[in-house]
Write a protein that binds this ligand. Structure first.
Ligand SMILES: [Zn+2]
Length: 416
């Protein structure tokens, strides 16, 4: 089996421990040895990658809320208007881009068309196209008048990235269909959102019977659920029916926080603050100061930060990343969340890093073989020029990403 020895690197193993100078050996697709200071590893037959004493070696990033099949869109109808063929290519190109950026795993949080994530995942797994490990999701399953329902009576065919489903029987049928097509995750849109005229963020628009029906099917098939859940009611339904990844959770009340805490062994919260954090700073010119105030982005960000602090105190695992792929949050900027979590949410740089490595791996049900640089773990490894703990933005400059290895194979080799 081919061997690779990373030597003279600062090993940031993403367990929560401080980095140390050391060597790391990969054999096949696994990390087989990690040497701490004072020890070195024999080079026997290995390709040697020399970090020169300054490069950091870390686990590949895990994006917890990916939309690979959208194309930095400004509106939801724009997404729906792109035909499936082009959408497939968009997802393929983004899959490569994510690996370029050191993102070696993605939990999809909805595909733009029903089978896109599934076919992209299958091609990646077959080694035919480059891309991260991918958990494939459905489009948003939403109700009439919910997020993503762009229809009107006189224009009934306008689509977004949602499938509009009403009533428990229809939720059962559609969920079964999409599981038959091969998804790993069923994405429910339980709450509203600030951009939806008749379903604001604090409203809970899916009925309990609909959530229960989808959950019944998902659990019967041993699949996972994730949910767009901004309102307290949506968070409570998500916990009650076994939704593993709860997105946003920004209006969670005391009871919802208690429920999340009681479920902390199996549940994850992914706040996806990138959009709000970017918007609250003007969104690179997209919003005027007046609009920032009117739309309440700063208050929303402060609210999210307070909620995350409360969840962190209660021991709920927080995931990083989310909703990159819109015009405000272009693909490739995902690692900005490391900075957002530190700057706006009171995380330590290490806590922010674990949200995109160790905890992401646990959310993928791979806590003992992914997301950390440890013996026996899968070799998803990124070599960085700089230190993500002292400069959380170091990963944003592609030139700092010296090497990307996924499953023991180089996607990007260090230039010699
Ligand atoms: Zn999303």
């Amino acid at each position: 089996m081919p061997k690779t020895l990373f030597t003279r690197v600062r090993i940031l193993d993403c367990s929560g421990e401080n980095p140390f100078e050391g060597d790391l050996m990969v054999e096949g697709n696994r990390i087989v040895a990690v040497a701490r200071p004072g020890r070195t590893l024999p080079r026997d037959g290995a390709e040697v990658i020399d970090g020169g004493g300054t490069a950091t070696l870390m686990a590949g990033l895990i994006e917890s809320h990916a939309h690979l099949s959208i194309n930095n869109a400004a509106t939801l109808t724009e997404i729906g208007a792109i035909p499936p063929e082009e959408t497939t290519l968009i997802a393929m190109h983004n899959a490569r881009l994510y690996l370029d950026c050191g993102i070696t795993s993605c939990i999809s949080a909805a595909a733009a068309k029903p089978r896109i994530d599934v076919v992209i995942r299958n091609e990646i797994n077959a080694g035919k196209i480059p891309g991260p490990r991918l958990l494939a999701a459905t489009p948003w399953l939403t109700v009439t008048a919910g997020l993503g329902d762009m229809r009107t009576l006189h224009m009934p065919d306008v689509t977004s990235m949602a499938i509009v489903v009403d009533g428990p029987e229809n939720y059962r049928r559609v969920t079964r269909e999409l599981i038959r097509e091969g998804v790993d995750i069923v994405k429910l849109v339980i709450s509203g959102d600030s951009f939806v005229p008749h379903a604001p963020s604090h409203s809970t628009v899916m009925s309990e019977a609909e959530v229960a029906a989808a959950a019944e099917v998902v659990h019967a098939h041993g699949k996972r659920m994730s949910a767009h859940a901004r309102s307290a009611g949506a968070v409570k339904l998500a916990v009650k029916y076994g939704v593993k990844i709860v997105y946003h959770a920004n209006f969670a009340d005391e009871e919802a926080l208690d429920m999340l805490e009681a479920a902390k062994d199996w549940i994850f919260v992914s706040p996806n603050i990138g959009f709000t954090a970017t918007a609250s700073q003007g969104g690179n010119g997209a919003f005027t100061e007046q609009q920032i105030r009117q739309l309440g982005f700063r208050e929303e960000l402060q609210g999210a930060a307070a909620g995350l602090q409360a969840l962190k105190k209660r021991g709920v695992r927080i995931l990083g990343g989310g909703d990159y792929g819109f015009s405000l949050t272009p693909h490739g900027d995902n690692a900005l969340d490391l900075d957002h979590l530190v700057r706006f949410c009171g995380f330590t740089p290490m806590e922010a890093l674990l949200s995109m490595t160790k905890h992401g791996a646990a959310a993928m049900d791979m806590p003992n073989e992914l997301g950390q640089l440890r013996e026996g773990f899968l070799a998803d490894v990124v070599m960085v020029n700089g230190d993500p703990l002292t400069n959380p933005k170091v990963l944003l400059d592609r030139q700092n990403i010296l090497a990307v290895m996924k499953d023991g194979k180089f996607h990007k080799r260090p230039s010699t």
